[in-house]
Design a protein around this ligand. Structure first.
Ligand code: GLA
Length: 395
């Protein structure tokens, strides 16, 4: 048993007076390339990381979810019967909406859920663009699956997590985060085709690191801005269908078609469409560079992605721009960009292991000089996806 599993198992025992029946680990993710492309049915390149939600659970026969959030020292509960959205919990218990959303999505899909007693903790920074919510969703889906006697495919579990975001939380997000949390593999990047919902694993090049620098800026306005971006992409498709019959998603738009018809689009919509068209190309070219072991080319695609997120998709903030631009100057750093939805959160930098100390120093120094405080830095290991384990009973 590792430390976190032991921690949640012991806490469970102290709170509920018996051993848990199952423990779950569900990771956060970083996205290396392909931002705001998943809901345009394009390609993305995320990976699960060694920051995760850890949960211990057992069934109860009360039809209740009774949940202790150890990090917040809070407990909350809801009844599973007649569970319908919207069911927003009061804001000091906003975390409870995530398990509630999962319960709603699973029941909406026709699954019968048992009541559960749960304790959980998380090492995924919250609201930082590294999918703390997808990790919580995946953890609760796995707990309910195990304890309700269900057997769901990994893809179905990812879809349920996305469904709870879309239908319960009101964020029209794509499937990338839940997919990555559930399909992660140690030292492997996930090249996901968001139309076919199939993926290829590409090894993360040995001898290199993913350095994450958290700006500490939390994603205010993220939900409304996110949904606006998605609408603008849909608007682009609708307007372009007049010239390209049968166009289904921006993934299908070629660069030539974009150039030919861009003037038909309102200026902001045009910028969004261009980002998506070029970002799709960057993911495919970047993945090919990785297969060839060409980190320099890959890193250039990563840098271009940041510039496009900043200038065309307009989801960056000054703090992320300073962090990325600082990393670009460090020898041995191949590329750096914001990761996730944007409007705050983290950048990731891909660097040779030998360059990590200098990179960390440069990021800290530049950030302090510009903003008077330090970014939170960590090196993310590329980790396995979410998994449940039958709890080992103490004798
Ligand atoms: C959030 C969403 C994802 C994806 C990213 C942007 O993380 O949950 O579906 O759209 O933003 O790439």
């Amino acid at each position: 048993m590792n430390d976190e599993t032991e921690y949640v198992s012991n806490a469970f025992g102290q709170i509920f007076g018996h051993d848990p029946a199952v423990t779950v680990r569900a990771p956060g993710r970083v996205n290396l390339l392909g931002e705001h492309v998943d809901y345009n049915e394009g390609w993305v390149l995320p990976c699960a990381i060694d920051r995760a939600v850890w949960l211990a659970a057992a069934p109860n026969n009360r039809g209740l979810a009774r949940i202790h959030a150890l990090d917040m020292q809070q407990q909350g509960q809801f009844a599973l019967a007649d569970f319908r959205p919207p069911r927003g919990h009061k804001t000091d218990q906003a975390w409870l909406n995530y398990p509630a959303g999962v319960a709603w999505a699973m029941q909406e899909a026709g699954h019968t859920l048992t009541g559960i007693d749960v304790v959980f903790t998380s090492t995924v920074p919250i609201g930082a663009g590294v999918s703390s919510s997808a990790a919580v969703e995946a953890a609760f889906i796995l707990a309910w699956e195990a304890l309700s006697g269900l057997s769901l495919s990994t893809l179905d579990k990812a879809r349920l997590g996305q469904r709870s975001e879309n239908g319960f939380m009101g964020v029209q997000s794509g499937i990338m985060d839940q997919y990555a949390s559930l399909h992660g593999a140690e030292n492997q990047l996930i090249l996901l085709d968001c139309r076919s919902l199939t993926h290829e694993l590409i090894p993360f090049p040995a001898g290199n690191s993913i350095v994450v620098a958290d700006s500490g800026i939390r994603r205010q306005l993220a939900h409304s801005e996110y949904n606006t971006r998605r609408q603008q992409c849909e608007q682009a498709v609708t307007l372009l269908q007049a010239y390209i019959p049968g166009l289904r998603a921006l993934r299908d738009l070629t660069l030539e078609e974009y150039q030919r018809y861009a003037h038909r689009l309102p200026a902001a919509v045009r910028r969004r469409a261009r980002h998506v068209v070029e970002e799709c190309q960057r993911v495919l070219a970047g993945a090919e560079a990785l297969r060839q072991g060409d980190l320099t080319t890959f890193g250039q695609a990563v840098n271009q992605s940041h510039i496009s997120c900043r200038d065309l998709y307009e989801i960056s903030i000054l703090e992320l721009d300073v962090l990325a631009a600082t990393a670009w100057e460090v020898p041995g750093c191949y590329g750096a960009r914001l990761t996730g939805a944007g409007f705050g959160g983290c950048i990731i930098a891909i660097a040779n292991n030998t360059a990590v100390p200098a990179l960390s120093q440069a990021l800290t120094t530049a950030y302090r000089a510009e903003f008077g405080r330090e970014p939170q830095l960590f090196t993310a290991q590329v980790a396995a996806g979410a998994a449940a384990t039958s709890a080992i009973h103490k004798t």
